[in-house]
Design a protein around this ligand. Sequence first.
Ligand code: HEC
Length: 171
Amino acid sequence: MLIRRILWCLLFIVMVSCRREPVSGGESEALYRKVDSLQKRLDVLESKTTPHLGDLMNTMQLHHNRLWISGVHQDWKLSEYELKETEELLSRIQVSFGDQLVGNSTISNNLNSVLPLTDSIAAAIKARSKDDFVKYYKALTIQCNGCHQKAGYDFYEIIEPKSPAYSSDNE
Ligand code: HEC
């Protein structure tokens, strides 16, 4: 049944594409140039609008800080929010930089060890368990540093924050 539907779709696509008027050599040349110039503009636009990995990481550090401070103060609503922000950032990093190599594996592969930890932190927050929160937060921080080491950024050591990121932060 499904195969028949797929075949009908293919037939439809072939028929539609065959109905196009043949284009002359000059026209196809012009079209080719237009597509090429659009592609170049798209590349420029993409490079201007995609944030650098370092920028996303700096934002992540901020959320990593607030996550810790809120978790140890058991301000669970804030922890929940900061964890959500961290997860959003991780998935943005996955989408934009997943294929980038760190050592001999990809960012994507390394993130596979990080994502289960954010699930465990979420469960700890939900259960209002400070002990579990601390345990999984520390495991997350080890993953931050593990990836930095593989990437040759071992000088960039992430720690459990001692104080809020900004003096104007509540905790
Ligand atoms: C999958 C690998 C990976 C993981 C996991 C990772 N990082 Fe990074 N991080 C990098 C790489 C690669 C860079 C260097 C980015 C650059 O500047 O090109 C970096 C750089 C940084 C920087 C410096 C940014 C700058 O340009 O000043 C900070 C801060 C940072 N990471 C925080 C964190 C925190 C916090 C975590 C954990 C919650 C984390 N990172 C997890 C790969 C990772």
